[in-house]
Design a protein around this ligand. Structure first.
Ligand SMILES: *Cc1c(COP(=O)(O)O)cnc(C)c1O
Length: 344
């Protein structure tokens, strides 16, 4: 087999959820948008529902339909993009809760699906999604009379605990939701770590569940194994890969593994990361190609038949740092070519 293999440890996932849940005195939901950050919305949502999660969040109604199948009829499955044109059938048929972002969406929703659940998303300063204070002031009375399932907003800088934006958004959210009886939510993973005043009635972590920063204590959830296609000897002075960026300084053995930037292992990663044979790190050398990566296995006493690029020693955030991005992007770019296995 020449495709990379992704192993998702659902025990570690559940353990991360419990650890985040234990950091607050309130309910903990789960964000499973973008196919559960690339790890498979169905098995991930199923495992979290087993763990007791009763509220799930996705980006689009199409994702919600998949999550509804996995979690059964009773959990809330809420959609960040709200009620878009042509969403009505999906929202109705899968009992999804759109998070209303604008007066237009409110009108569309109450017109198309009277009596159907909804939530409210407020803009507390991020200027990305949600009702602006003025629109909210106009809709508030009517909307609250219909008992929304949640009134929420999102923090722009929660991964920087000292950023003044956190307190500012907290204040704005409090002002906008003062006296609201519906369950309120402000915190994602970063917000949970900011402390109790950010927790309100429930929190909704994503990345922390999947083993990423800013939840430093997260257990790694994903391992990625790459099959070795070929191993060769390279003499002193010979080069490896596109652009001749790596030159052998000693007689070397180079293993070529089957994965590349088309599989989310960004070309920008360049050097500075390892591929592991068991616990033994072997440096990635030369440029990352579309489907291939070359690894210096000279210090291994044998030729490996696979190498692991993501594990407990080298996390999504290590890869992200090497690529100049964030763990979220590494996870969600893991391509469709990976075969996936789940540890239950
Ligand atoms: C993605 C997202 C979350 C989850 O954020 P994490 O940083 O992954 O915990 C929560 N709320 C909203 C609105 C989001 O877009």
């Amino acid at each position: 087999m020449s495709t990379a293999h992704l192993t998702i440890n659902l025990h570690a996932l559940a353990s991360n959820w419990r650890a985040l849940d234990a950091k607050t005195g309130v309910e903990t939901a789960a964000v499973v948008k973008a196919d559960a950050y690339g790890l498979g919305a169905e098995p991930v949502a199923w495992a979290l529902a087993e763990e007791g999660v009763r509220k799930f969040f996705v980006a689009a109604a199409e994702e919600g339909a998949i999550v509804r199948e996995a979690v059964g009829p009773d959990a809330m499955v809420a959609v960040f993009s709200g009620h878009m044109e042509r969403d009505t059938d999906l929202l109705r048929n899968h009992r999804l809760t759109p998070l209303i972002n604008s007066p237009e969406q409110f009108k569309r929703h109450t017109g198309a699906l009277p009596g159907h659940p909804f939530g409210i998303q407020l803009d507390s300063g991020m200027n990305r999604l949600g009702l602006e204070p003025a629109d909210w002031a106009e809709l508030r009375y009517e909307a609250l009379a219909m008992n929304p399932e949640v009134v929420m907003s999102h923090l722009a800088c929660s991964d920087e605990p000292d950023h003044p934006m956190n307190k500012q958004q907290l204040l704005t959210f409090k002002q906008m939701t003062d006296g609201v009886k519906a369950p309120r939510s402000l915190a994602a993973t970063g917000g949970i770590l900011l402390g109790p005043e950010f927790h309100f009635d429930f929190c909704r972590p994503g990345i922390g569940l999947y083993g990423g920063m800013p939840f430093a204590a997260a257990k790694p959830v994903v391992t990625v194994d790459l099959p070795v296609i070929q191993t060769r000897r390279v003499d002193v002075g010979e080069t490896v890969g596109y652009g001749n960026t790596w030159t052998a300084r000693r007689p070397s053995r180079i293993a070529t593994v089957a994965a590349g930037y088309a599989d989310g292992l960004h070309r920008a990663i360049g050097g500075g990361i390892d591929a592991f044979a068991g616990d033994q790190p072997c440096p990635v050398v030369g440029r990352i190609s579309m489907d291939l990566i070359t690894v210096d296995v000279t210090d291994l006493p044998y030729n490996p038949d696979r190498l692991r690029i993501l594990n407990g020693h080298q996390t999504v955030d290590d890869l992200a740092e090497a690529a100049g991005t964030i763990g979220y992007e590494i996870l969600t770019s893991m391509g469709s070519r990976y075969s996936r296995g789940y540890v239950e």
